[in-house]
Design a protein around this ligand. Structure first.
Ligand SMILES: Cc1cc2nc3c(=O)[nH]c(=O)nc-3n(C[C@H](O)[C@H](O)[C@H](O)COP(=O)(O)O)c2cc1C
Length: 192
């Protein structure tokens, strides 16, 4: 039987790079994810999501960039360097996520950020639906001006990086999801 959309949503999972096989996926699956991202909703067709895809030799550049930002915050640290390297190397593609501010001043920052999050969710659903590992990491530098500008966006005009979606092949058992409470604890109905 075909899976329903709610099942895809419930089975979307965070799977971190230490669980990936290390194999390189065909770019085609990433293109499908990006196509899904581009169908996210926006207020005023601003379509603010931007992505930089690091794969193959590009991963080395990302390791150096992430470590440079990490050193600025924590100083030189070999253990941290090894963690950054392993996370990137185990991944097949790492999608740097950005929000590019539109020209319409009536659209507030929060709406552009929400649109980007919707785009990431779309990508993530496609990845999980294909049984791939995916992990959205923001960490301490995920929104920084330094990262934003290093990725080719412009923090001075309000653009912002929004972390990374790590993607990789996963062969393990599909993880169980967990929620602290059901939706009924977060919802109030009003029928007048
Ligand atoms: C905007 C955003 C940023 C996140 N950043 C991190 C992060 O920096 N580190 C981390 O371990 N998990 C991060 N996560 C993943 C969450 O921890 C994860 O989604 C949560 O544990 C629920 O698991 P699930 O995605 O399998 O439902 C982030 C998730 C979102 C939505």
């Amino acid at each position: 039987m075909e899976k329903s959309i709610t099942t895809y949503i419930e089975q979307r999972r965070t799977i971190k790079p230490d669980k990936y096989t290390g194999a390189t996926l065909d770019d085609q699956v990433i293109r499908e994810m990006l196509e899904a991202a581009n169908w996210a909703p926006t207020h005023g067709y601003t379509e603010p999501w931007r992505f930089v895809i690091f794969t193959e030799e590009g991963k080395e550049e990302l390791i150096q960039l992430l470590y440079k930002l990490d050193v600025a915050e924590h100083g030189e640290n070999e253990v941290r360097y090894a963690k950054i390297r392993a996370r990137v190397e185990r991944s097949s593609h790492i999608i740097a996520i950005g929000m590019r501010r539109g020209e319409n001043p009536k659209i507030p920052f929060i709406e552009e950020a929400q649109a980007v999050a919707a785009a990431v969710q779309n990508m993530w659903l496609v990845a999980s639906g294909k049984g791939l590992g995916a992990y959205w990491s923001t960490g301490s530098v995920g929104y920084s001006n330094e990262l934003t500008d290093a990725l080719g966006w412009d923090s001075s005009r309000g653009d912002s990086a929004m972390g990374f979606l790590y993607v990789g092949e996963y062969k393990g058992e599909w993880p169980q999801g967990r929620r602290i409470s059901g939706y009924t604890d977060k919802v109030r109905w009003n029928r007048g």
